[in-house]
Design a binder for this molecule. Structure first.
Ligand SMILES: Nc1ncnc2c1ncn2[C@@H]1O[C@H](COP(=O)(O)OP(=O)(O)OP(=O)(O)O)[C@@H](O)[C@H]1O
Length: 581
C-alpha cells in the first residue's frame, strides 16, 4: 500500500506530507471541540439552565472551531499541492536524465510513445497518490486513536467497539487491492498498447491511404479501444463495488457504536450530553479510513503508473568510458568485432575486421539487412555492447566517452531530423557560436543558399516535419548542419536515398570534397556512388565478404561485381527508356 521507492524520492515533500497530517489532525481536534460545544449547548437548553456565560463560550468555541477547520482545509490543500508537484518534478527530471544516459539508442529499449505517455499522464496519475493518499494513510491511523483516547474517558464500551470496527475497512481495502492489481496491470498494458497503435497508424496514414488499408487500421484501433473500454469498465466496477462495501462497513460500524452508546445511556451509564458526543463522533472514527479507501483507488493508478516509470528508470544503460579522443587524427580499426542487438537471437555483425586511415573515403555496401547501418551505429557509439575490438586510435570504444565521440564523429542518415524553426535555428545546433557568414557558406556548399536567399535568408522558416522543403533540400540542410561541426569522421548512412538526382549529384560531389580533409564513411545502395572510394567493404549477413577498391573488387568477380553489373544494367535500361520517351 506504500511504495517505499517512491517515498525515498520524496525529500521536501515529506515535510509537506507531515504538514498535511498535522492540518487534518488539527481539524479533527476542532471538530471534537465543536461537537463538545454543541452537546453542551443542547444540554443547557434541555435543562433550561440560563447560564449566558456558558452559552456564549460554547458558541464562541463553535465559531473558533469552524474558523480553525476552514484554515486547516486551506493549509491542507496547499501542502497537498506542493507535495505532489515536487514528486512530479523529481520523476520528470529523473526520466529526462535517464533518457540522456540511455543515449541516442534509447529506442532500442522503449518506444518514444511510451515515454511520452509516462511523462505526461503516467506522472499526473501520481498526483492523488502523493498529494492525498500518503498523508491520508497515516492520518487514518492517527484519527481513530485520537478519538479513542478522548472518548474512552466518556464511555469505554462504545469507544472500544468503534475502535475495533475501524480495521474492517482496511481489510476491505487489502482484499480490493488483491483483486485490482491484475486488472490494473491489464489496464495499463492495454492503455500503452492503444497509444502505440494509434500513433503508429497516425504516422503511417498516407501509406495506409495509398494501399487503401485505412479501414483495416481503423478496425484494429476500434478493437483495441473496445478492449481498453472493457478493462476500464472492469476497473471502475471493482472500484464502485469496493466503495459500496467500505460504506457499509463505515456506516455499519458507526451504527453499531451508536447502538452501544444508546444502550449505555439507557442503562444510565452516560449522560445525554455524553451520548450526543458519542453519537456525533461515531462516524468520525470511520471517515478517515473511508476516505483512504476512496484515495486508494485513484492512488492505485498512480502506484501502477510508477511501476512502469521505475521499469523505465531501471533500463540497462549504455555505459561509456571516461577517456577522450586526442585532438590529433586517428585510425579506426576493428578485430573480431561481433554485435547482437539486445533482444535479437542472431548477431547482426560477425567477426568484422577493418582499418580506416585518416582522410580515407570508405564505403560499406551490400544487400539490405547486411549490417551496414549497425556498423555505422557502432562506429558512432550509438550502440556499444559488442564483442571483440573496435579502436579509435589506441583507445577501445568502450573506454571512450560519448561526448568525445560526438565531438569527433558526425553521422548523417537518410532520416536526419530537421526541426520546425528557421534555417539558422537548425544550423546553429551544430555550432552555436557560428557567424552568419559561416552558416551561409555551409548552405552554399550544399547549393541551398540561392533557395534561402530567394525567401528570407537564414530566417527562412521551416514547417513541422520540414513539410515546406523537398526531400533533397531537407537532406542537403542536414548535411550543411553536419559540415558545421568540427568532426574528423563523417558517416553518411544512405544520405542520398529517396532524393532527386540533382540533390544526389550535389551531395556526392560534396562528400568527395569533404573526404580530402576528413575521414568519410559512405553507406550507399548505389554502387555507382562508391567507385572512387579508397576502400569498399562488401557486407553480407553481418560479415565482410569482400574488400578493396573498386578495381580490385571488380577483378575478384564476386558478389560486388555481380551487384555492380546488375545495377549498371538496370540504370542503362532506365536511361535508355527515358531517352525513348
Ligand atoms: N534495433 C534492432 N533490433 C534487432 N535487430 C535489428 C535492429 N536493427 C537492425 N536489426 C537487424 O540487424 C541486421 C542488420 O540491420 P542493418 O540495419 O544494419 O542492415 P543494413 O545493411 O543497414 O540494411 P539496409 O541497407 O536495408 O538499411 C538485420 O538483420 C536487422 O533485422
Amino acid at each position: 500500500m506504500i511504495k517505499i521507492r517512491l517515498l525515498k524520492m520524496l525529500t521536501s515533500s515529506r515535510r509537506q506530507i507531515a504538514l498535511q497530517i498535522f492540518w487534518q489532525w488539527l481539524s479533527l481536534i476542532a471538530q471534537i471541540m465543536l461537537i463538545f460545544a454543541f452537546a453542551s449547548i443542547f444540554d443547557l437548553i434541555l435543562h433550561n439552565e440560563g447560564k449566558t456565560i456558558s452559552f456564549m463560550s460554547a458558541l464562541c468555541t463553535i465559531g473558533v472551531a469552524i474558523i480553525v477547520r476552514m484554515g486547516c482545509s486551506l493549509a491542507y490543500d496547499h501542502a497537498s499541492f506542493f507535495a505532489a508537484s515536487e514528486i512530479k518534478q523529481s520523476l520528470r527530471f529523473a526520466m529526462f536524465e535517464k533518457l540522456a544516459r540511455l543515449g541516442t539508442g534509447y529506442r532500442e529499449q522503449i518506444p518514444s510513445v511510451q515515454i511520452t505517455q509516462m511523462l505526461t499522464e503516467g506522472i499526473e496519475q501520481l498526483e492523488t497518490y502523493v498529494g492525498r493518499y500518503l498523508s491520508q494513510f497515516f492520518y487514518a491511523l492517527l484519527a481513530p486513536i485520537t478519538l479513542f483516547i478522548i472518548l474512552v474517558q466518556i464511555n469505554a464500551p462504545t469507544s472500544i467497539v468503534l475502535l475495533c470496527a475501524v480495521p474492517l475497512i482496511s481489510i476491505v481495502i487489502m482484499v480490493v487491492m488483491k483483486l485490482v492489481t491484475s486488472v490494473l496491470s491489464t489496464y495499463f498494458r492495454s492503455y500503452y498498447q492503444l497509444g502505440d497503435t494509434f500513433l503508429e497508424k497516425l504516422h503511417g496514414m498516407t501509406t495506409l491511404k495509398v494501399y487503401q488499408a485505412d479501414q483495416t487500421a481503423e478496425d484494429e484501433i476500434v478493437a483495441e479501444s473496445e478492449q481498453f473500454r472493457r478493462v476500464t469498465m472492469k476497473v471502475l466496477s471493482t472500484q464502485l463495488f469496493s466503495t459500496i462495501i467500505m460504506d457499509l462497513v463505515a456506516y455499519g460500524g458507526a451504527a453499531v457504536g451508536i447502538v452501544v452508546a444508546l444502550s449505555q445511556y439507557h442503562q444510565a451509564q452516560i449522560t445525554l450530553q455524553e451520548t450526543i458526543i458519542l453519537v456525533l463522533l461515531a462516524t468520525e472514527y470511520f471517515l478517515p479510513m473511508r476516505q483512504l479507501g476512496a484515495y486508494f483507488h485513484m492512488g492505485m493508478n498512480g502506484m501502477k503508473a510508477s511501476d512502469k516509470i521505475f521499469e523505465f528508470l531501471d533500463l540497462t544503460e549504455l555505459t561509456d568510458g571516461d577517456q577522450n579522443l586526442a585532438d590529433q587524427e586517428f585510425t579506426i580499426s576493428s578485430q573480431d568485432l561481433t554485435f547482437t542487438y539486445p533482444h535479437a537471437h542472431q548477431p547482426s555483425l560477425t567477426n568484422i575486421a577493418l582499418t580506416i586511415q585518416p582522410h580515407q573515403l570508405v564505403a560499406f555496401v551490400g544487400p539490405s539487412g547486411a549490417g551496414k547501418s549497425t556498423l555505422a551505429a557502432l562506429l558512432s557509439g550509438q550502440v556499444r555492447q559488442y564483442a571483440g575490438s573496435l579502436k579509435f586510435g589506441p583507445t577501445e570504444l568502450s573506454d571512450l566517452s560519448q561526448d568525445s565521440l560526438n565531438d569527433r564523429i558526425t553521422i548523417v542518415s537518410h532520416h536526419a531530423f530537421v526541426f520546425k524553426g528557421s534555417f539558422r535555428d537548425n544550423l546553429i545546433l551544430a555550432k552555436p557560436d557560428a557567424t552568419d557568414q559561416e552558416l551561409m557558406q555551409a548552405l552554399k556548399q550544399v547549393n541551398l543558399w540561392d533557395f534561402c536567399q530567394s525567401k528570407a535568408g537564414l530566417a527562412t522558416l521551416i514547417e513541422t516535419d520540414a513539410a515546406n522543403l523537398s526531400g533533397g533540400q531537407k537532406q542537403r540542410l542536414a548535411i550543411a548542419r553536419a559540415l558545421l561541426t568540427d568532426a574528423q569522421v563523417f558517416i553518411f548512412d544512405e544520405a542520398t536515398s529517396n532524393i532527386d538526382q540533382e540533390s544526389e549529384a550535389i551531395i556526392m560531389r560534396l562528400i568527395k570534397q569533404v573526404a580530402k580533409t576528413k575521414t568519410v564513411i559512405l553507406i550507399s545502395h548505389r554502387l555507382a556512388n562508391v567507385t572512387d572510394c579508397d576502400q569498399i567493404f562488401y557486407l553480407d549477413q553481418g560479415k565482410i565478404i569482400e574488400s578493396g577498391d573498386h578495381q580490385t573488387l571488380l577483378a575478384q568477380n564476386g558478389a560486388y561485381t555481380n551487384l555492380f553489373n546488375h545495377q549498371a544494367e538496370l540504370e542503362s535500361f532506365t536511361s535508355a527508356k527515358e531517352e525513348l520517351s
